[in-house]
Design a protein around this ligand. Structure first.
Ligand code: CTP
Length: 399
């Protein structure tokens, strides 16, 4: 089954009779779990109306580059950043020529230039136009520029010709789109990931906890599974759904998280500790609900085990990645933690009002003993994928 959960996709539709198949493609992408925004060129709008795509996607359709109303709602740069990938299906000969030349005269070509996300084209044109030297030259240029190409297929064409130039079927394009995210960079590797907050019980109804949502850890778990890893996620209480193909173990307290992690740690290749583990727990947990009979009460706390340190100090420790949430001196504090906890890598982020916790976006400074890489502000899902690729590279270099 095709899986595109939590993916944000721009579907570009340019002027070709195959545009009628884009409506079906849009449905497939949505069924696979993607959030899709359609960008329709003037040529595309000659074949299928914006209303069709709006109704099917549940989002407004974007057409004009210099439309003040649309720019106010979501500007073209914002749209380019929003996308996890851009799929142009159908890509007409005219659109391919514009893209190859790096033109910015219309919204779709501009978006393709402005995005850092993968761009793929599904060509659709008459077989003679496809075979033409000018088209083939443009295709080579796009290939050199890293634009992915889905198809074209061969067969009967709308114009009566037979040959290459048919747009691939919706199902095939949806599958190739999903394949963009399935990098295989951690194929067969076993990953153990902690996520979310922990809850330290005070009595049967009250606990100490923190504001971690678990979103970053879950995004990393999803990206790792998509990269081909066998993923176990040890999670504190969160409101999130388990990502596809991830094995989830639910825990509440830091001690339970510690026990679950230690059971699996010696069998994993990579350990990623994203959980916001409570540093302390109440010394005593009351058996019954504490009554408000006294004006002041004192809660005595004792330190929880440091899960990350314990894993990193195992005799056969996995490649160990920690997180550092800091309010100041990010690099300095993170480097100190990297050394003190004996980690292979640490991903550090600034926290505070409106930053990281509870937010859908984040940025990370990734440090190893002798490298430093800044992953800039983006959605936690995109960031999770970037981090997994960085981890895969360093893990391979280290093993
Ligand atoms: N961590 C852990 N177990 C704990 C506390 C933290 O596994 N009991 C992990 C977190 O998942 C994170 C890393 O340690 O990957 C950093 O946690 P943090 O609490 O920021 O670091 P500390 O060393 O506790 O330093 P401080 O609280 O003083 O900033």
């Amino acid at each position: 089954m095709i899986n595109l959960s939590n993916k944000q996709i721009i579907l570009g539709v340019s002027g070709s009779i195959a545009a009628y198949k884009s409506a079906e493609l849009l449905r497939r992408l949505k069924e696979a779990g993607a959030n899709v925004r359609v960008v329709l060129t003037t040529g595309g709008a000659e074949f299928v109306t914006a209303l069709t795509f709006q109704a099917l996607s549940g989002n407004p359709v974007h057409s004009e580059l210099l439309d003040t109303k649309a720019e106010a709602a979501m500007g073209h740069i914002e749209l380019a950043r929003w996308a996890d990938c851009v799929i142009v299906a159908p890509a007409s000969a005219n659109f391919i020529a514009r893209l190859a030349q790096g033109e910015t005269g219309d919204l779709l070509s501009t978006l393709c230039l402005a995005t850092a996300a993968p761009v793929a084209i599904a060509p659709a044109m008459n077989q003679q136009m496809w075979a033409n030297a000018a088209t083939q030259k443009n295709i080579r240029l796009l290939d050199e520029n890293g634009v992915l190409q889905f198809g074209p297929g061969e067969g009967n064409q709308a114009c009566g010709d037979i040959g290459p130039g048919r747009m691939l079927e919706a199902e095939q394009i949806a599958q190739l789109t999903a394949d963009i995210f399935h990098t295989g960079s951690l194929a067969g590797r076993t990953l153990l990931i902690t996520a979310g907050p922990t809850q330290e019980a005070i009595d049967p109804v009250r606990f100490l906890s923190n504001r971690s949502s678990g979103k970053m850890g879950y995004a990393i778990a999803q990206a790792a599974a998509e990269a081909g890893a066998i993923v176990t996620l040890v999670s504190g209480p969160t409101a999130l759904n388990t990502p596809p193909h991830v094995d989830r173990i639910n825990v509440r307290s830091a001690q339970q998280m510690h026990d679950a992690v230690m059971q699996h740690a010696d069998k994993c290749d990579i350990f990623i500790s994203t959980a916001a583990v409570a540093d302390y727990r109440p010394v005593h947990t009351a058996d019954q609900k504490i009554k408000k009979t006294q004006n002041t009460i004192t809660l005595e706390l004792q330190k929880n085990p440091d899960i990350l340190t314990d894993v990193a100090h195992l005799e056969n420790a996995p490649f160990t990645v920690g997180f550092a949430a800091e309010t100041e001196n990010l690099e300095q504090h993170a480097r100190e933690k990297l050394q003190r906890k004996k980690l292979n890598m640490i991903a550090a982020n600034l926290v505070g009002e409106g930053l990281a916790f509870e937010n859908d976006e984040n940025a990370l400074l990734v440090l190893t003993a002798n490298t430093k890489q800044q992953l800039t502000l983006t959605s936690k899902f995109a960031l999770g994928r970037e981090l997994i690729e960085v981890i895969a590279r360093h893990y391979q270099a280290a093993s």
